[in-house]
Design a protein around this ligand. Structure first.
Ligand SMILES: NS(=O)(=O)c1ccc(C(=O)N2CCN(Cc3ccccc3)C2)cc1
Ligand SMILES: [Zn+2]
Length: 258
């Protein structure tokens, strides 16, 4: 799929959505820097309840600016509930954001610390909305779990994805994405938006405090060998697919931990 780039004086620029330009009138845009000491402990926040059915995993594919692993969301088989959420949300897909080198790549930052990559597990409110596309347009439509990746030990679960990547549309038998989520229950949560078009302000963000560890080869092979372009075009490595930080404006980040 052709990646829409913006041209300025004949130079390929990053796609529009990566410019600092926030959408007109946007008051809850993402990503943001999470200032740990400014986050407010909320004792009423419940533990997040995650129950995924590994057989709902469909396939992995490259959508031009990331690679996604999509799930069968036709029933309540892989769901999250609790945490800051009023309803149960269905898992639709997960994807990553990463940089060309390990110095950057994550979308959110913590006390201005950038991680080499960030995982997003995307869920939608199927209790209230009939389709994902409609939920994308509503303030309580989506819930995304963000998990930071840091360099360290080899990660067995990620390795299964790395091994599947060469085949663009790789049929998965089973994959349980909870193996990519740290067991530590602590998270921050805030009201935000999609970080890619249509940038709608429909996401309840749940950012895990603990990162997962992956080794250097996994980052290099999992992410940096992917291409933005489709066959026949000059090769453009798929890197730096993260949006710049957005203003916090009148928002509070709550923490589930003291
Ligand atoms: N980085 S992120 O976690 O914020 C994120 C980014 C993209 C998506 C995503 O699957 N889509 C965004 C909307 N798009 C399709 C669509 C739907 C309605 C209207 C227009 C377009 C699919 C989900 C989460
Ligand atoms: Zn994302």
């Amino acid at each position: 799929m052709e990646h829409h780039f913006d041209w300025v004086k004949g130079k390929k620029m990053h796609p529009l959505w990566q410019s600092p330009l926030s959408i007109p009138g946007g008051t809850r845009q993402s990503p943001i820097n999470i200032q740990w000491r400014d986050s407010i402990y909320d004792p009423f926040l419940k533990p997040l309840k995650i129950s995924y059915d590994p057989t709902t995993c469909l396939h992995i594919w490259n959508n031009g600016y990331s690679f996604l692993v999509e799930f069968d969301d036709s029933a309540d088989r892989s769901v999250i509930t609790g945490g800051p959420l009023e309803n149960q949300y269905r898992l639709k897909q997960f994807h990553f954001h990463w940089g060309a080198i390990n110095e950057w790549g994550s979308e959110h930052t913590v006390d201005s610390k950038v991680y080499p990559a960030e995982l997003h597990l995307v869920h939608w409110n199927a209790v209230v909305y009939p389709t994902f596309e409609e939920a994308v347009m509503e303030g309580n439509g989506l819930a995304v779990i963000g998990v930071f990746l840091k360099l360290g030990e080899h990660h067995e679960g990620l390795q299964m994805l790395v091994d599947a990547l060469p085949a663009v549309k790789h049929k998965f038998d089973v994959f349980d994405p909870s193996c990519l989520i740290p067991s530590c229950p602590d998270y921050w949560t805030y009201a935000g938006s999609l970080t890619t078009p249509p940038l709608t302000e429909s996401v309840t963000w749940i950012i895990k405090k603990k990162p997962i560890e992956v080794d250097e080869n996994q980052v290099n092979f999992a992410f940096r060998m992917l291409l933005f372009t489709s066959d026949g075009e000059e090769e453009k490595r798929m890197v730096d697919n993260f949006r710049p930080l957005q203003p916090l404006m009148n928002r509070t980040v709550r923490s589930s931990f003291q």
